[in-house]
Design a protein around this ligand. Structure first.
Ligand code: CUK
Ligand code: CUA
Length: 652
């Protein structure tokens, strides 16, 4: 045992200690006792001491709570995933861009409106490609109030409240046709940042690809967030026009770099594919240059220029055009090697970390140097759009040799940085102080983002890191050709990193996640007062707050059913309409007991509500088929849940 303890490091100490304690507490008369049982368990399940240590570090007894929440993008599902750390228990999927039946999200009128308002006219979107969640921040640290997410496919941003873990708003701008660099927030969440990936004519017009250099543009939107209302205010939002490179991810500066926005880019070649036209494929066309450009944007000064009205209105959005950015000195570039992905500002606010997908380094820029170069106007020329380029060598602190395919970087509370290394499938830990590589740990496989506890905030917590792996080829039982993604929990508290747990993610490809201390989340237990509309946070105008007011009203615009739910009946429970009637169910759950949620479904009419305690919601449809349609509660709420049902009678 001594030998293996030394071999596998301190991570095993906990298990050994527990085994030893169990052995001694059982006394010499009962030699072995529990200890023997544990050893038998270990050998029966073929577990090493390191395995047992990992299990002890993640196991959470029933009723126990996790130290952190992990909020992960749900990729194609358009949902936001909520996971407890270190147990890696999945706590919730929050419906955001996609209808989510369990929560009735996208089924009740209130949340259908959210999706409709965030969709092209007449086409309520039914999916989203969620990439980057951003928790709201106060003074550069997560505050646990809101989380924002982007939909890469449809250029949308959503606001989710962490009071009730529910989506409140989706905004979509016609300025851009898709995004990727979103969402990122400024240190006090004044802005939620969304950046386009695919250059296109701004505002949605047509231009042939032969006009790419002149007519196609990138853009970065600064969505203004009103924290007291908990909503993005489109009218107070604005954007900047960018050259038709592919802008990638962004990060907001903090401390010394507060008020500055950093965004990396690739495809400064301005390639656009065209294999059939005799052009190189985008992948090679966009990989010719050794350097692309890190964008450095002066947000504070730009705000003043926006206030002066020097914007151009495009698709309803105020835009600072490239000539204005150049004239006012608001945008600078500095070269970055090569086809980079991601930019991450270290907790000191000064080190700006960029990895090149086709470079083996993390390049660490020094904001103090960048600032000086800007002030001294020390340029290495300008790009084709007139944006000044700062000299690379004078802007960096140094480079860390990481390995093949470095991508994203996170930070801990002990001065280390962690970079995901895609091609090598590992996580590299390196020292921010002297830019040296400390350790690498293999992950399985093809890691994209990684997420350390509060790992991009001003005060990272360390302890845990989640590797978000794209491939899981040999990790789980087979489920056909489409494999889950693999989240690997890694203990980063010790001198050696240790993989603790594999969590398959079976509903989309998550990209980024953020991890926040659980004690910062202040979730409500139910909607109060009874009759609250969760979307507005106010009393629903059609709430029925006393069962005595339950009724059916026939009005010119249809049949309005004012319905209450309480264990274990719906009232009214018989509703008669004529074929062709518009039917509106106004449903209120009168309960103020924890977890006493009722559902409301009407058979074969696609009606499906989740009515949590105190909540009021509407379902509207045209009863265009005659017949007898049972309705019922869809949550097993009580012993007489099956009896919580009624009939919609549609007369011919
Ligand atoms: S991206 Cu997916 S691994 Cu959209 Cu942030 Cu890097
Ligand atoms: Cu209410 Cu089942």
């Amino acid at each position: 045992m001594r030998k293996s303890l030394l071999a596998t490091g301190g991570a095993v100490a906990a298990a050994v200690l527990i085994l030893a304690l169990l052995a001694t507490s059982c006394g010499t008369g009962n030699q072995g006792g529990m200890s023997t049982d544990l050893r038998a368990l270990m050998s029966a399940r073929n577990l090493s001491e390191a395995d047992v240590a990992a299990a002890l570090k993640t196991y959470t007894p029933t009723g126990g709570r996790d130290e952190f929440y992990l909020f992960a993008s749900g990729g194609h599902s358009g949902n936001l995933l909520v996971i407890g750390v270190p147990s890696m228990r999945i706590l919730k999927y929050v419906g955001v861009f996609t209808p989510e039946p369990w929560q009735g999200y996208g089924f009740d009128e209130e949340t259908r409106r959210i999706i409709r308002d965030g969709s092209p006219p007449g086409l309520p979107l039914t999916w989203g490609d969620m990439h980057h969640p951003a928790l709201s921040e106060t003074n550069g640290d997560y505050d646990g109030e809101y989380i924002f997410v982007n939909d890469k496919a449809n250029a949308r941003i959503a606001v989710v409240s962490l009071r009730d873990f529910a989506t409140k708003q989706i905004v979509m701008s016609d300025l851009i046709q898709g995004d990727h660099g979103g969402t990122f927030v400024t240190p006090n969440t004044e802005y939620v940042i969304e950046t386009a990936q695919f250059p296109a004519p701004l505002g949605g017009g047509y231009a042939p690809l032969s006009d790419y250099d002149d007519e196609y543009r990138g853009a970065q939107i600064f969505w203004k967030f009103d924290r007291t209302r908990g909503r993005i205010v489109p009218e107070e939002s604005w954007a900047i026009e960018l050259p038709p490179y592919m802008q990638d991810l962004a990060d907001a500066g903090k401390l010394a770099s507060d008020g500055w926005i950093f965004c990396n880019s690739f495809n400064t070649e301005r390639a656009y594919g065209g294999i059939q036209q005799g052009n190189p494929a985008l992948e090679s066309g966009a990989s010719q240059n050794d350097m692309d450009y890190l964008h450095i944007f002066d947000l504070r000064r730009a705000e003043a220029v926006v206030k002066q009205g020097r914007t151009t209105l495009i698709a309803g959005m105020r835009v600072l055009t490239l000539p204005v950015l150049v004239e006012e000195g608001l945008l600078h570039f500095v070269p970055e090697p090569k086809s980079p992905h991601g930019v991450d500002i270290a907790p000191d606010g000064n080190a700006i970390c960029v990895s090149g997908k086709l470079d083996t380094h993390v390049t660490v820029y020094d904001f103090a140097k960048i600032r000086q170069l800007i002030e001294q106007k020390r340029y290495d020329g300008v790009d084709p759009y007139g944006v000044p380029i700062l000299p690379f060598r004078d802007a960096i602190r140094g480079q860390v040799e990481i390995g093949l395919g470095p991508l994203h970087t996170q930070f801990d509370d002990r001065g280390s940085a962690y970079t995901s290394v895609f091609i090598e499938s590992n996580v590299a830990r390196w020292s921010l102080a002297d830019l040296t590589l400390q350790e690498k740990i293999p992950v399985h496989y093809n890691i994209g983002h990684l997420c350390a506890a509060e790992g991009d905030a001003l005060h990272p917590r360390g302890k845990y890191l989640v590797a978000m792996n794209k491939w899981a080829i040999d990790r789980f039982s087979d489920v056909g050709p489409l494999l889950p993604q693999n989240f690997q929990l890694i203990d980063i508290s010790g001198d050696k990193m240790q993989v603790l747990y594999d969590l398959p993610i079976p509903l989309g490809e998550p990209h980024y996640a953020q991890m926040i201390s659980a004690d910062k989340i202040k979730a409500i237990e139910m909607y109060t007062p009874v009759g609250t509309d969760p979307v507005t946070g106010e009393l629903h105008p059609d709430a029925v707050v006393r069962e005595a007011d339950a009724r059916v009203d026939r009005r010119a615009d249809g049949v309005h059913v004012y319905m209450t739910l309480v264990r274990s009946h719906l009232n009214p429970d018989i509703v008669e309409v004529r074929r062709g009637d518009r039917v509106v169910f106004h449903v209120t759950n009168l309960e103020q007991a924890r977890d006493a949620t009722h559902g409301f479904a009407v058979d074969k009419y696609n009606v499906n509500l989740s009515v949590e305690p105190g909540k009021a919601a509407d379902a509207a449809f045209v009863a265009d088929r005659a017949g007898v349609f049972p309705f019922y509660c869809t949550e097993f709420c009580s012993a007489l849940h099956l009896e919580m049902a009624g009939y919609l009678l549609v007369k011919p």
